[in-house]
Design a protein around this ligand. Sequence first.
Ligand SMILES: [Zn+2]
Length: 145
Amino acid sequence: MPVAEKKTEAPKKFTPYEPAQGEEYMNEKQLEHFRQILLGWKQELMEEVDRTVRHLQEEANNYADPADRATQEEGFSLELRTRDRERKLLKKINETIDKIDEDDYGFCEACGVEIGIRRLEARPTATLCVDCKTLAELKEKQLGG
Ligand SMILES: [Zn+2]
């Protein structure tokens, strides 16, 4: 059984939001649009986590032969890392839905500008505008050596 396709990418199956002219940024309709995207993504991820757990349990039963053990352990650590990533992402999605509930969604945490509908559709959990994100990544690279 091949390792299931990862769902850690933001979902692409939604109709891009077309704001009316002069429409207020992050009004009730826009917040609802992103709430739906995030809820759908969360659902996909939770199903994926279920599959990963089931797969780990199946694997544990399937490899009785010691010769297969190395392969098995490699698969295990890979799936555990995947699970860890999924868990972190789920937490992030939940936090983002909280922000929507608190009407605090869609603005850059560093400089306060509008992050923008298109960027948020590509990355619904984004908390920084493109400029601040680029800056943060540059700093990270410098610190990382
Ligand atoms: Zn910013």
